[in-house]
Write a protein that binds this ligand. Sequence first.
Ligand SMILES: [Mg+2]
Length: 226
Amino acid sequence: MERLQAAPDQTGPDSLLSHWSLVYRPLAKNRGRRPALFLDRDGVIIEDVNYISDPNDVQLIPGVGETIRHFRSAGFTVVVVTNQSGIARGYFDRDAYLRVERRIRELLAADEPDAVYACPFHKDGRPPYNVEHPWRKPSDGMLRASSVALGIDLKKSLMVGDSLSDIQAATAAGVARAFHVLTGHGRMHRAKVEQLCETLDTRAPSSTQVSCVDSIATVFSAFQAS
Ligand SMILES: [Mg+2]
């Protein structure tokens, strides 16, 4: 006999999630599970200007387009995973977020990512976003949700981030490799990332290998060199 499942909660915070996962490029059919290049946004793809809400402030970090192009040619799906607590905190709204996204797509043109997942939640924010949500890095909810929706093999995937929480999300999801960059908050977080590396059991088969690089511009060559 079939068991009835509880109806999904259509009023809780998870009913909002479809607003915050944007798929820009059609996914190829019958392609199996592919690796992803997960990218943090602020401080990795664009200069971090603290709660960016004006499209005129968008400035690409050099090398991002080439890096996306190289990984896409190598068979990777490119997924941006970005904490946007400025929404919960009331600093800007979804329309402002979308205007910034549109500007980033314009500047990246053919090198735009396949999808963008954003986490608008923060426990100290305003309703309905004032929850501790599993999408918020250092939790790995955005990586896991996109892996289900987009057919991603997490164990073969990579993450690039400037914050300790990006690297923690990568290790929580069990991706193969994480790259810490010095752009954005990278300089401030590098020592903490190095401390985290000392605690990782690199012999464990599911362990994430963490590499420290200068910026997104050197990630593809660092990936190829290993
Ligand atoms: Mg960042």
